[in-house]
Design a protein around this ligand. Structure first.
Ligand code: ADP
Ligand code: MG
Length: 499
């Protein structure tokens, strides 16, 4: 059952443009590096000079195959390039080479976990297709919000064709998502997949991974509503804000008796609003037809098999292995495979301490919290896997309590140990902070006897059958031991003494 907004069901489908990480363009040899001086990376093909012809970049095709394999899709043996005709100043050919009727990647799915209320549920979004296409150039407007500056300040516009012909994989989902949270979770998972397999650098600020969110609302069980497409969302935060705004806007329109017009809209992060850019074109408006300059793209099964053999372990395959090898819950395994670096950190920690579930808890808990708070990636963590493993070792051999372990972690994070690496630091910090658990029963028994004597009422209530009265005893005991008593041991001793 999906979450309703004011009685409406939200329906979302995504189109994502992932820039493929080839060094040269999809149909020419010009370089693709970001940020070069305008028009220094566009060759005759990219500028559409008469008489030039496109030549397929094998590297782009190979990346499309890798993507298809990663999401369990069908990689078409034969796909077709088509011309998508439209006029725009940054598109000198007057058409974009894309794929239309027969895309290279067909079907497939992306699945991920989401928190719904108190539960963690697995969601699966079906993909319709992923096709290869070329990017267009960029129009730069003087004094525009883009901040680009050209000319002499008289409000001119200019064209930069550096981006023209950059290879893109456009990844299209079915309208399967039912909330902005689910849409963002899908986008994050897709981002993880393309960066994990290395077909896209995932840099959202530079536009290497940009999402268009198609959003509509309907009464539950009714036919699909008319969609509006929010273009070029290049941060997960804006994605969520834009969809939430759009949903409210559409519901307000419908409630006010208006109908939704299919349109393309832009999100303005400054106002937090979406605003119509143009009414939506249909496929027919583009006069698609097969590009006579390019033969069909033929991909033999042997090529697919070779690519499969050369691909590194995929996130979902690795997650399955973590479940198998470390007896982890599926949820943990998925969280730990959010990036190769996190997975490697987990495996190093788990192997070193032999306590996979504890390692997982610490990495998904304390480690992630600290990294998020300081906006750091796991690669930058000041606490090495060896240190975390040593820390976990001291919890499981009862040297320190969980509470004390958090203080030790804090010490490791702040590099309070002598070396800043290596196992020795954990014990040094435990010693320096006096965090060792009291494992001497004699000493603990003395404290317990004192607390029992000072709290006769609790003792009486407990003996009369009120189990909760025990809390009133454990608290003061832990306090008197300065937090060093082992809670398990305290409980055992209390039970013995209270019969
Ligand atoms: P176009 O390029 O015209 O936008 P595509 O087929 O490439 O068409 O993409 C359409 C996208 O819109 C897909 O992601 C699809 O799932 C989604 N979609 C289609 N109908 C709806 C709808 N009623 N509400 C929300 N999303 C929709
Ligand atoms: Mg679209």
């Amino acid at each position: 059952m999906s979450k309703l907004v004011q009685g409406y069901e939200v329906v979302i489908g995504f189109e994502t443009h992932a820039q493929l990480s080839t060094t040269s363009k999809i149909f020419s040899r010009a370089p693709t590096a970001f940020g070069a001086e305008a028009n220094t990376q566009a060759c005759a093909v990219d500028m559409a000079l008469p008489g030039t012809l496109p030549v397929m970049n094998i590297g782009a095709v190979e990346r499309a195959i890798e993507f298809g394999l990663a999401i369990n899709a069908h990689v078409a043996e034969r796909s077709i390039f088509a011309r998508k005709n439209y006029f725009y100043p940054d598109l000198p050919k007057g058409y974009q080479i894309s794929q239309f009727e027969i895309p290279v990647v067909q079907g497939g799915e992306v699945s991920f976990f989401m928190e719904e209320g108190k539960e963690t549920v697995r969601k699966t979004v079906r993909l319709e297709r992923a096709h290869l296409e070329e990017d267009a150039g960029k129009s730069l407007h003087e004094d525009s919000s883009l901040g680009a500056s050209i000319g002499d300040g008289r409000g001119q516009s200019g064209i930069d064709l550096n981006r023209a012909g950059t290879p893109l994989l456009e990844i299209v989902t079915q309208p399967d998502m039912r909330s902005s949270e689910e849409a963002v979770a899908y986008a994050k998972e897709l981002h993880k997949i393309v960066t994990w397999i290395g077909i896209c650098d995932g840099n959202m600020q530079e536009g290497s991974f940009r999402c268009d969110a198609n959003v509509s609302v309907r009464k539950p069980g009714g036919p699909l509503g008319t969609r509006r497409e929010i273009k070029n969302l290049n941060s997960f935060k804006f994605m969520q804000q834009a969809i939430d705004y759009e949903v409210r806007w559409q519901i307000d329109q419908i409630e006010d008796g208006h109908t939704i017009q299919q349109a393309t809209v832009l999100f303005d992060p400054d106002t937090g609003e979406t605003r119509a850019m143009r009414t939506k074109e249909d496929a027919a408006d583009y006069r698609y037809f097969p590009d006579p300059d390019l033969p069909p793209l033929v991909i033999g099964r042997d090529w697919v098999e070779r690519v499969k053999g050369e691909m590194a372990e995929l996130p979902r395959v690795m997650a399955e292995r973590l479940v198998r090898d470390y007896a982890l819950p599926e949820y943990d395994a998925t969280q730990l495979t959010q990036s190769k670096a996190v997975a490697a950190y987990f495996e190093a920690t788990a192997k070193a301490c032999g306590q996979a579930k504890l390692a997982s808890n610490w990495i998904m808990g304390e480690v992630s919290r600290r990294l998020n708070a300081s906006e750091m990636a796991i690669e930058q963590t000041p606490v090495s896997a060896a240190q975390l493993a040593a820390l976990i070792g001291r919890i499981s051999d009862n040297t320190i309590s969980n509470n004390a372990a958090r203080q030790v972690f804090e010490g490791l994070w702040n590099k309070e140990g002598p070396s800043g690496s290596g196992e020795g630091d954990v014990d040094v910090i435990i010693e320096a902070k006096g965090l060792k658990q009291m494992n001497d029963t004699g000493e603990l028994e003395k404290i317990i006897d004192e607390v029992l004597a000072a709290n006769p009422k609790n003792v009486e209530e407990f003996k009369a059958g009120n189990a909760k009265a025990l809390n009133g005893l454990v608290g003061p005991i832990m306090k008197a031991s300065k937090g060093k008593a082992n809670p398990g041991q305290v409980n055992a001793l209390l039970m013995k003494k209270l019969g």
